[in-house]
Design a protein around this ligand. Structure first.
Ligand SMILES: [Zn+2]
Length: 292
């Protein structure tokens, strides 16, 4: 016999199966968990270190997507090759792109490529996403709606505090040194929200390889602006950033590796960085320590 260690039954009353919510990224999984707590089963397809832009959908993923009661995905083509499948499923099932929560004017655009999908790095925008997810969950599970609403309000408070503390932290870096150089353009929203200039070696997707021209562009920028540190990303190969370090060394210019930033995936489960708030805090601390 199955039962749940919570106030509510996490089993679907019709199918007698655990109510299962599937998300693509860990960030979305964490948002859902903060709303439903133990009231539902939450599965995220893309674990630590996984790059969603280049992620290949497996047969097992398709099965999990088909069996889930609800699915939340990022949208704006973050999920690369999986995007079309998710869009098709959304026509008939409870499959939601959380980018629908955001007003078009809040989005950043890169040339002709389209909207930048990395909006989780602006905590204010993420609050809107959490509100959107909560609303969809409450509609799907009216018996748990009040519980979800309470959890959402409490979590929103935590996010508001996080937003304020990140803003204060980043402002502590002298304006001239406030330049964030990373492997790909994942931090555009972060830069806009927290007033730090961001430069990515690759564009908003990691699908296209970066060339020698991009590497030289960054090397020149580091030399001209006398930038202290550059950053690796946990879900992107270090190769091109190491080429930047080498390029700087060829000119006798010293630049440090500021550390690894969590860009498109959370850290390991059961660590601070395995949660959305922990990821944002860890990044802010790494950035401040390296650039201040
Ligand atoms: Zn990305």
């Amino acid at each position: 016999m199955f039962f749940c260690l919570s106030l509510f039954s996490c089993f679907d009353p019709v199918t007698e199966e655990p109510f299962t919510i599937l998300t693509t990224t860990g960030m979305l999984g964490d948002a859902v968990k903060n709303i439903v707590k133990e009231d539902a089963h939450v599965v995220s397809l893309m674990g630590p270190g996984i790059d969603p832009h280049t992620y290949q959908t497996t047969q097992k993923d398709v099965q999990q997507l088909m069996h889930a009661h609800m699915v939340f995905y990022n949208g704006l083509d973050l999920e690369g090759k999986m995007s079309n499948l998710l869009k098709e499923m959304a026509k008939e099932r409870k499959v939601y792109a959380v980018s629908d929560a955001l007003d078009k004017t809040a989005l950043l655009y890169e040339g002709t490529i389209g909207a930048d999908p990395h909006f989780w790095f602006d905590v204010k925008l993420w609050k809107q996403v959490v509100g959107f997810i909560s609303q969809k969950l409450q509609e799907a599970r009216p018996e748990s709606a009040a519980y979800y609403q309470n959890n959402t309000l409490a979590y929103m408070e935590i996010l508001e505090q996080l937003h304020k503390s990140v803003a204060t932290q980043i402002q502590s870096i002298p304006a001239k040194q406030r330049v964030l150089i990373t492997a790909h353009d994942a931090f555009g929203y972060f830069g806009k929200a927290y007033n730090i200039e961001v430069v990515g070696l690759q564009g908003i997707s990691t699908v296209a390889e970066c060339g020698l021209k991009d590497i030289n562009r960054i090397v020149q920028l580091i030399r001209e602006r006398n930038i202290k540190a550059i950053f690796f990303e946990t879900s992107v190969s270090d190769k091109s950033m190491r080429a930047v370090l080498e390029g700087c060394a060829n000119y006798g210019h010293k630049v440090a590796v500021g550390g690894y930033l969590y860009s498109d995936a959370l850290g390991a489960p059961d660590t601070l960085e395995g949660t959305y708030c922990g990821m944002i805090k860890a990044n802010a601390t790494t950035i401040v320590n390296a650039l201040k």
